[in-house]
Design a binder for this molecule. Structure first.
Ligand code: HEC
Ligand code: HEC
Length: 449
C-alpha cells in the first residue's frame, strides 16, 4: 500500500514535468515561421469535431442526395403512398400498413397535438392522409416527402441512409419512438415497398427483364434484407433458387474496422459513396474501376457505374461528415437480463480459447485489425455472395451489438436461424471439441457483446 502511494505521485510529477518541457518547446518561437498557435489549433480540432458530428447526423438522417429523381420522379412511389384519393394511384398506404412494411416513425418529430390525436384515435392510422401528414412532419424514418411550395401536394420523395440503418426504440408504440441510428431495421421490407411503385421502368431497362420479373425479385427479399449488388451483376437468385439479398447490417461500432460490407468491398467512405450513388440513386460522383469487368459486373458495365459523374454533385461534399458521424456511433450494450452474466463470463474463455473464435473476431473490434477477409472454403460455406464482390471473400463481421440483429438469422444471408446454428456450424467447420455446456456458455457470451 505504502510503496504504491509513493510511486503514483512520483509518476504524476514526472509526467507533469515532461509536459512542461514539451509545452515550452512548442512555445519557443520558430525561426522558420510564425509561432504555431497550438492551443488555438486544438480548439479548432474540437470545434471541427462537433461540427462534423452534427452535420454527419443531419446527412445520415435527412439527406436524400437528390434521390427523389429516382424514387419519386421515376418510380412514382409517392403516388402509391398518396393513393387515388389524394391525386396518386391505387388505395394509398396507411400508417398502419407502413408500419407493417417495417417503416418507423420518429416520435420526437410529432407535435403534442398529433401525439394526443394518435392516442385518442382522432388521428387515424388507417388513412393515407395521415401518412402524408407524417411525411410533412419529416417523421417517417429514412423517407422524405417533397412537397410543393405551399406544402399541400406531395410531388416526389427521396430516401436516406436511416431508412435501412436506423430503427426506433418503440417508446411510444410498436414502430413509433426515438431514433436508434446505426441499428439495422430488420423489420423493413425494402423489396415489398419498392414493389408498390407504379413504375419499375428503371429496373426493367437496366436488368433487361419485364416488370413482372422485377416485382418477383423484389418480393423475394423479405423483411430486413436488400440486394446491394443486383444492379451491378444482375444476379437476383442464388443457384439454389433462394433470394440473393443480404441482411441489413449494423452501421454502429465501425470505428477501427478497415473493411466494410459482408464481402469487404472497401472502407466506410468507399461504401457510402457506392450506396449514395448506385443504390439510393442520389446524384454525385463515384469511381471504381473494379466494376469495369463485364464477366463479373455486366449490368455495371452497361450502365457505366464504375464512373459516375452526376452534376451538380450532391454527394461528395457530404462524405466526410457522414463518415465521421458513422464512426462516432458506438455499438449499443445489450439490456441487463437479456443474457446470463456468469455463463457469458465462462463463454468468453471458450471464445478466446478452445473455440478459437477470437483468432478472427479479435476483441475489442471483433474483426481482424488489417485485412479481415476469408475464403468461402475457410468459412465452410458456398462462394455465391463472395464471388459477387471484387475480392471474392467474406469479411469477418464485427460482433458487438449482436443483440440488435437477432431477427433474420446470421451470416450475410441469414442462413443460420439462431446463434446455436452458428456455433454448430463452427463446431463442424473448425472441428471443435466443444461440450454442450461450453456451447451454451459461448452463446450467452455472444448475446452479451
Ligand atoms: C436500401 C437499404 C440501404 C440503404 C438506404 C443504405 N444501406 Fe448501407 N447497407 C445496406 C446493405 C444491404 C448492406 C450490406 C451490403 C453487402 O454486404 O453487400 C449495407 C452496408 C453498409 C455498411 C457496411 C457495414 C459493415 O458491416 O461494415 C455501411 C457502413 C453502410 N451500409 C452505410 C450506409 C450509409 C452511410 C448509407 C447512406 C448513404 C446507406 N448505408 C444506405 C442497405 C442499405
Ligand atoms: C476464420 C475466421 C473466423 C473464425 C475462426 C470465426 N469466425 Fe465468425 N465470422 C467470420 C466471418 C468471415 C463471418 C461472416 C460470414 C458471413 O456473413 O457469411 C463471421 C460471422 C460470424 C457471426 C455472424 C454475425 C452476423 O451478424 O451475422 C457470428 C455470430 C460469429 N461469426 C461467431 C463466431 C464464433 C462464435 C466463432 C468461434 C466458434 C467464430 N465466429 C469463429 C470469421 C470467423
Amino acid at each position: 500500500m505504502h510503496a504504491r502511494s509513493l510511486v503514483v505521485p512520483a509518476i504524476a510529477t514526472a509526467v507533469a514535468a515532461g509536459y512542461w518541457v514539451t509545452s515550452l518547446q512548442a512555445q519557443a518561437p520558430s525561426k522558420a515561421g510564425p509561432a504555431a498557435p497550438s492551443a488555438n489549433f486544438d480548439q479548432l480540432i474540437d470545434r471541427n469535431s462537433a461540427t462534423m458530428l452534427g452535420e454527419g447526423r443531419q446527412i445520415f438522417r435527412y439527406d436524400t442526395f437528390g434521390s427523389e429523381a429516382f424514387w419519386g420522379d421515376a418510380l412514382r412511389l409517392h403516388e402509391a403512398i398518396m393513393g387515388q384519393g389524394l391525386g396518386g394511384v391505387g388505395a394509398g398506404v396507411t400508417p398502419r400498413q407502413a408500419l407493417q412494411l417495417g417503416l418507423k416513425v420518429d416520435a420526437t418529430a410529432l407535435p403534442p397535438a398529433v401525439v394526443e390525436g394518435i392516442k385518442n384515435g382522432t388521428v387515424s392510422l388507417d388513412k393515407p392522409e395521415t401518412t402524408v401528414e407524417l411525411l410533412k412532419l419529416n417523421a417517417v424514418v429514412g423517407v422524405t416527402g417533397i412537397f410543393d411550395r405551399d406544402k399541400q401536394k406531395m410531388r416526389s420523395m427521396g430516401i436516406q441512409c436511416a431508412l435501412c440503418h436506423s430503427t426506433v426504440d418503440d417508446s411510444f408504440s410498436a414502430g413509433i419512438g426515438r431514433r436508434l441510428d446505426g441499428w439495422p431495421n430488420r423489420d423493413l421490407n425494402v423489396g415489398a415497398i419498392v414493389a408498390t411503385a407504379p413504375s419499375l421502368k428503371p429496373f426493367v431497362d437496366l436488368l433487361g427483364v419485364d416488370e413482372a420479373a422485377v416485382r418477383t425479385v423484389l418480393k423475394s427479399w423479405g423483411p430486413g434484407k436488400y440486394d446491394a449488388e443486383l444492379d451491378q451483376d444482375g444476379k437476383a437468385m442464388r443457384p439454389d433458387g433462394k433470394s440473393a439479398a443480404t441482411l441489413l447490417p449494423a452501421a454502429f461500432g465501425l470505428a477501427g474496422v478497415n473493411l466494410h460490407t459482408y464481402t469487404g468491398w472497401g472502407s466506410v467512405p468507399y461504401w457510402n459513396a457506392y450506396v449514395a450513388n448506385t443504390q439510393m440513386h442520389g446524384q454525385g460522383t463515384f469511381f471504381d474501376p473494379r466494376l469495369k469487368n463485364s464477366q463479373q459486373f455486366p449490368v455495371a458495365v452497361k450502365g457505366s457505374f464504375h464512373d459516375v459523374r452526376g452534376k451538380p454533385d450532391l454527394i461528395s461534399s457530404k462524405l466526410a461528415a457522414l463518415h465521421y458521424y458513422q464512426l462516432s456511433i458506438p455499438a449499443p450494450k445489450p439490456p441487463a437480463g437479456s443474457f446470463d452474466a456468469s455463463a457469458a463470463a465462462r463463454g468468453k474463455a471458450v471464445f478466446e480459447g478452445k473455440a478459437r473464435c477470437a483468432s478472427c473476431h479479435v476483441p475489442p473490434l471483433f474483426t481482424e485489425p488489417g485485412w479481415g477477409m476469408h475464403t468461402p472454403e475457410e468459412m465452410g460455406i458456398d462462394d455465391f455472395q463472395a464471388n459477387r464482390s471484387p475480392d471474392k471473400r467474406y469479411r469477418t463481421t464485427p460482433l458487438r451489438g449482436l443483440f440488435t440483429r437477432m431477427k433474420g438469422g446470421f451470416y450475410h444471408d441469414g442462413r443460420f436461424a439462431d446463434l446455436s446454428a452458428v456455433v454448430a456450424h463452427y463446431e463442424k467447420t473448425l472441428a471443435l471439441p466443444l461440450t454442450a455446456a461450453e456451447k451454451a456458455d459461448l452463446i450467452e457470451y455472444l448475446k452479451s457483446l
